[in-house]
Design a protein around this ligand. Sequence first.
Ligand SMILES: [Zn+2]
Length: 93
Amino acid sequence: MGIGKERMIMTNITEHIVKLQVRETIKELGCCDCETCFLNACALALNSLKSKYVTTCSGEILSEFTAAEANNKAEILVEVTKAVMKVKQNPRH
Ligand SMILES: [Zn+2]
């Protein structure tokens, strides 16, 4: 037995992209970058977006999926910007 490196995982690509984008947008907009604000912004944005699940090998890089999602990127950017602005105006801490 033994668990190989080829173990499959299921992941939400939209969540992956949103998290990366929220980090960037928080910096751009000068929002508080603590974990609470980061996660609040992620949750707000993800609630407005469709989740997109894929399966991949756990070691695999997700960049190819990020590229595949490029047509959805504009929508993600809009929702992330809205979410970060909301958190910035009304931080929950
Ligand atoms: Zn904060």
